[in-house]
Design a protein around this ligand. Sequence first.
Ligand code: XLS
Ligand code: NI
Ligand code: NI
Length: 436
Amino acid sequence: MKEIFPEIPTIQYEGPDTKNPMAFRYYQADRKVGGKTMAEHLRFSMVFWHTMNGGGHDPFGTATAVRPWDSITDPMELARTKTRGIFELTTKLTIPFFCFHDRDVAPDGATLREANRNLDEIVGFMKELMQDYPTRLLWGTAQLFFHPRYMNGAATSPDPAIFAHAAGQVKKAMEVTRELGGLNYVFWGGREGYETMLNTDMGRELDNMGYFLQMARDYGKEIGFEGQLLIEPKPMEPTKHQYDTDTAAIWGFLQEYGLQDDFKLNIETNHATLAGHTIQHELHFARVKGILGSVDANQGDMLLGWDTDQFPTDLYVTSSMMYEILLNGGLHTGGLNFDAKVRRPSWRVEDLAQAHIVGMDAFARGLIAAQAMLEDGELPRFVEERYKGYRSDMGKRIADRSVTLADLEAWALDRTIDRPESGRQEYLESVVNRFL
Ligand code: XLS
Ligand code: NI
Ligand code: NI
């Protein structure tokens, strides 16, 4: 088969001193870190939407990218070429997984039936490619935000015809994800939110969204889909407010609609930023609640305030992420999915490869640093120590939930209670910096 990206070689590890832009400096798939290989820890994934379909458009300008399929006009041939493209590029970068939305990979149709027919053809082609390439499906999803019908959301649309169309679309997307052996299925509520309260019945919209997800969960069980269901938080953009605001909002939502046993979260770095949280906050919250499922690995620009979906390069951030992921015992069926796009001026195909390389190296270094922090033990010990009061006397009774307000009052009445121990933030930051 003729290569789609002849300018991209198979990327190999050459070590920190190499000047070769087409080589890994830190990512060594089979290097063991704390008992598991880097490949087992990191589980990288490439996205179809940005990497194959992204052209560098922004609100002020058309595509800048030059891609090998630019002269193809037949939509199905274009879809097949890009599909081959993602299998080839993931393989050359030694990225084991990919992710897609139904409408990224195959053309839409005038009806759902027509769109399904196009999708089936490409899914059949993907299955053939899976025999020749090692690339596997991390997750599939339905694109419920591009078509004008979804301008007010899908499950939260005021129009039940749109709710129904979206339900049919999700049903099909779950079927093909299962058919392709997808390890997870993602719900990102593209426009599930509102633009103005003046025209919005929020109570109805939330109930509809809960019901939609219950139906999807039940259908997954019915067809024997064994993958993990994931919800991806995002507070805004494209809408003014999105209901899946952050990990904590989704945690509450899952409880209310009885979804807590079947759903985990797919947490994206740039979405955490938009929510006014660090990604470490989001991963930590999900970890302690047992709902850390997968990660959309990218980063935002702190000065722009948009979901710029840049490739992750910040070692301080990747270390904090890997610290939480190690404490979570890994990502299990999830992965580190590069939901990231090259910048508009990075128009060459080589930029696509180099963007993934720097992202993979950034997480390899983050992994090494986080493992070293945990092995050193000072940081976890500090936290343990800080709460030591809960292991003795009155603290233990609070921890055991065996006191009343009156008991605590009696204990406190005649004691002089002064400030607790120093939090020592600056010192702890110096400990982190030792490992970077
Ligand atoms: C958009 C989201 C989207 C999801 C998949 O901001 O990150 O790309 O990951 O629907
Ligand atoms: Ni995402
Ligand atoms: Ni995003």
